[in-house]
Ligand binder design. Structure first.
Ligand SMILES: N[C@@H](CCC(=O)N[C@@H](CS)C(=O)NCC(=O)O)C(=O)O
Length: 224
């Protein structure tokens, strides 16, 4: 059985969403955040201590966008992956990685220096700069999403899951009102998907069953 290690609202939501879209069976192992502190045994699964960690037989993966790509390919053929012989293959890979490398990275700086660090180590300037940095990068999506309803290939793909998670995190950070209008509408459409909803339900049910707080990570709470 495939196993996904996940913390509420963490990047491991990407493969969780992908599994639900594909309707592939999996076991969801919930961890309190940050797992490297709350569950030392997890380090034997992923020495980095980060989620996602995904196990499928001998396959071990720890990168959320790569796991989505793997799932869509290994359990395909699926329209969620764009094939090399399709015109939007390059665009697909670009947006799949843009979601993590360009859109999620700046948000982690905001989280760290605005919420996670102790009061004396917080850096309001760094948080404010990277908040602007994120919103600046997000602007590039506006003209594309004005013309089309998904990022590429004329259909919903793993690239939308990758970018969709970055929007979910930004929403938790209170940035949704600052999304360009086409991006705000795109995010609203993504949340309507059955696969997205099933992933939210699965996350909540597994957290309750396994006694893990259903509140998004302490990183996301303003009191942390
Ligand atoms: N590039 C990786 C990043 C993984 C990552 O940093 N995950 C965060 C959760 S969103 C984590 O586990 N942080 C805990 C820590 O840094 O100790 C991915 O896309 O999966």
């Amino acid at each position: 059985m495939r196993v996904l290690y996940h913390c509420v609202a963490a990047r491991s939501f990407r493969p969780l969403w992908a599994l639900e879209e594909l309707r592939v069976d999996y076991r969801l192992k919930m961890l309190a955040f940050p797992p490297r502190v709350t569950d030392r045994d997890f380090l034997s699964i992923n020495p980095l201590g980060t989620v996602p960690a995904f196990i499928d037989g001998d396959v071990r993966m720890t990168e959320s966008a790569a796991i989505c790509h793997y799932l869509g390919t290994a359990y395909g053929p699926s329209p969620l992956v764009v094939d090399p012989d399709e015109p939007d293959f390059g665009a697909f890979l670009n947006w799949l990685h843009f979601g993590e490398a360009t859109l999620t990275f700046p948000q982690t700086i905001v989280l760290r220096y605005e919420r996670f660090e102790t009061a004396e180590r917080r850096l309001p300037q760094a948080a404010a700069d990277y908040r602007r940095w994120f919103l600046g990068r997000l602007k590039t999506l506006g003209p594309i999403l004005e013309r089309q309803s998904t990022m590429c290939a004329g259909r919903f793909t793993m690239a939308d899951i990758s970018i969709g998670y970055a929007l979910l995190l930004a929403d938790y950070l209170g940035l949704e009102p600052e999304f360009p209008e086409p991006v705000r509408l795109y995010w609203a459409r993504l949340k309507e998907r059955d696969g997205f909803r099933r992933a939210c339900v699965a996350e909540l049910a597994a957290a309750r069953e396994q006694g893990v707080s259903t509140v998004p990570s302490p990183l996301l709470s303003t009191s942390a």
